[in-house]
Design a protein around this ligand. Structure first.
Ligand SMILES: [Zn+2]
Length: 135
């Protein structure tokens, strides 16, 4: 019996992100003062320290900024290797750590990706990504 995946710690700062995933929306924050997008969720804009932060739905499109192939994994992920962990840069300019679910030979830095809302188990949806082209 595989171990369950770790649970995210949902708090008032991150709740809209996790709720969005259940509704098929990739939500990030946007600063109403400087106009830049923000990820991970937080109370103050890291660019201008404004507290005028709002939630918006990201396009779900971006590109692979960096990645690695995990060949040896432990705990709940042991049976899943090999898998690809990536940093994806969204069109909105923020980067998030994620998985890329495309075949290994389709994955390269700079390739375009789009979000895939992945139901990991009964209670957890995570935003993974798939490659959509050659970039
Ligand atoms: Zn700002």
């Amino acid at each position: 019996m595989p171990q369950p995946w770790p649970r995210p710690e949902v708090d008032s700062d991150s709740r809209p992100f996790w709720e969005g995933l259940k509704q098929g929306e990739l939500r990030i924050q946007h600063c109403a003062d400087c106009g830049r997008h923000i990820f991970y969720p937080r109370l103050l804009c890291p660019h201008c320290f404004s507290d005028r932060i709002e939630w918006v739905a990201a396009s779900g499109r971006g590109s692979i900024y960096s990645y690695t192939v995990v060949h040896r994994a432990m705990g709940p992920f042991a049976d899943e290797a090999p898998y690809i962990v990536a940093i994806v840069e969204l069109e909105e300019g923020v980067r998030m750590m994620t998985r890329v679910v495309s075949p290994r030979d389709a994955v390269a830095i700079g390739r375009p990706v789009r979000v895939v809302f992945t139901q990991v188990d009964d209670a957890l949806v995570l935003p993974f990504f798939e490659v959509t082209g050659e970039g």
